[in-house]
Design a protein around this ligand. Structure first.
Ligand code: 6PG
Length: 475
């Protein structure tokens, strides 16, 4: 393919299968750092594009392996599931002891754990590395979260450091834990990403529909918020999007974008894994479910016709804007707490020690959720294992109490106006519930015993009882 593949073997030559947008940009990033990347992709267009970008590309997996001297380092940047497994199956018979595979895709962390164990039996190293930061992160500094064995990590770390996002000039990449820890960290990152994106979108819609602000005015607000204490990359890009005009119609870009949003799995895995591990992540669930509802175009259009609208007076923007800013900040804090509780509990259920403060530092360097706010969370991590949990950490507890009235007002106003704000509502419900001593579940517990004989835990004595006062028999 490319003529630049010489027969001499560089100590920094690595293979890369998958030259899509993330793979190609990572390869260019590594190349800038002096790493020679030999790439392959099943899609001829992706191969051609890589060659046009000056990368070394070979026509097959065999050629890729031949171009590397054992023990080889082969990276995969492929869609999760069948695509990754298919390439792994093609590689496996040709791998030798000491070779290392690095999966840079958005794989499910349990699949990664299984691959680490499966390849260990063949003396082949396998690392699952979560890559965050989008295309520009891949090109100029990605948030890289590794999981797997330290022996494989020692060999891979110097290579990945070259592509990593930096903080205070130092590359931020680390082995966060064993087995699927790196990919779990990426799922947690995406949980926070879903929650922040949804909260921003809901606040934007409030500004647009209820305060009647146009794209330029909302852009100015997001710009300002993106410079405040709660600054974030996602706030910044929201302002940029609002300032853009559509090149086809010259109208504000946001006005021509349909509300339909897809997802590629990590949000769903986050919700499923959190719930299975006993953690509630209602903001992530709400964000995912709104995406699912957004796909139904025709039904929504038909039913919207005679749907009773809410009636509200347009509030004074000078009063409403600071309230919305606070509500958004609280929802972002809620999303981060949920993402961290998810990571902590899912890791614990797998027996993985996950370096959460390190993970947050990596997110802060180059994640889509990067924000100075994350520094607070890095300091708060030890609270996750204490009885009051993260929500009881003094700074967070104080901030939550300060911002809570604004979230209550925003959700109540949106409800009266008939504006769906599922992630803000979910954050509010979750906060209210997490700070109550008596929840509606008291009645649920009684009902379960009434019809199913499951027993209840009594508030006034030890042990499980039926509603008729008899003790629940063991077994
Ligand atoms: C990133 C993002 C990215 C994300 C995809 C898919 O850091 O670049 O987290 O990797 O996983 O954008 O997300 P969706 O589920 O929205 O498709």
């Amino acid at each position: 393919m490319s003529g630049s593949l010489s027969s001499s073997v560089s100590p920094e030559r690595v293979g890369l299968v998958g030259l899509g947008r993330i793979g190609r940009n990572l390869a260019l990033n590594l190349k800038d750092g002096g790493v020679e990347v030999v790439g392959f992709d099943h899609a001829p267009e992706a191969l051609a594009h890589a060659v046009r970008d000056g990368l070394i590309a070979v026509p097959s997996i065999e050629a890729l392996l031949d171009a590397l001297a054992p023990p080889r380092l082969v990276m995969l940047a492929l869609p999760a599931g069948a695509a990754t497994e298919g390439v792994l199956q093609a590689l496996l018979p040709r791998l030798v002891a000491g070779d290392i595979i690095v999966d840079l895709g958005n794989a499910h962390f349990d699949d990664t754990a299984e691959r680490v164990r499966r390849l260990r039996a063949r003396e082949v190293g396998f690392l699952g590395v979560g890559v965050a930061g989008g295309e520009s992160g891949a090109r100029y500094g990605a948030a890289l979260m590794a999981g797997g064995e330290s022996s494989a990590w020692a060999r891979v770390a110097p290579v990945l450091r070259k592509a990593a996002a930096r903080l205070d000039g130092r590359p931020q990449v680390a082995l966060l834990g064993p087995e699927g820890s790196g990919h779990l960290a990426k799922v947690a990152h995406n949980a926070a990403e879903y929650a922040e994106m949804a909260a921003i979108a809901e606040i934007y819609t409030f500004l647009e529909r209820i305060l009647d602000l146009g794209p330029e005015e909302t852009a100015r607000l997001f710009d300002r918020w993106a410079r405040d204490d709660g600054a974030s990359y996602l706030l910044e890009i929201t302002a940029n999007i609002l300032r853009r005009d559509d090149p086809l119609t010259q109208r504000p870009l946001i006005e021509v974008v349909l509300d339909r949003v897809e997802h590629t799995g990590t949000g769903l895995w986050a919700v499923q894994a959190a719930q299975a591990a006993g953690v509630a992540v209602p903001q992530v669930t709400a964000a995912l479910e709104l995406r699912l509802i957004s796909r139904e175009q025709e039904g929504r259009r038909r039913r919207s016709r005679d749907w009773p609208r809410g009636t509200v007076e347009r509030p004074d923007p000078n009063e409403a804007v600071p309230v919305l800013e606070n509500a958004l900040l609280l929802a972002r804090i809620g999303g981060l707490v949920q993402a961290l509780e998810l990571a902590h509990e899912v890791a614990r259920s797998r027996g993985w020690r996950l370096a959460l403060a390190r993970m947050l530092r990596i997110w802060r360097a180059g994640g889509i959720v990067r924000s100075p706010l994350l520094q607070r969370f890095e300091q708060a991590v030890p609270e996750l294992s204490r009885p009051g949990g993260l929500l009881f950490e003094p700074w967070l507890a104080r901030r939550i109490r300060e911002l809570l009235p604004s979230l209550r007002r925003t959700v109540a106003f949106a409800a009266r106006a008939g504006l769906p704000v599922p992630s803000l509502s979910a954050c509010l419900f979750w906060l209210e519930a997490r700070h109550q001593t008596s929840l509606p579940t008291r009645m649920t517990a009684a009902q379960r015993d009434y019809f199913g004989g499951h027993g209840v835990v009594r508030a006034d004595r030890q042990g499980r009882y039926h509603l008729d006062g008899t003790r629940v028999q063991a077994g």
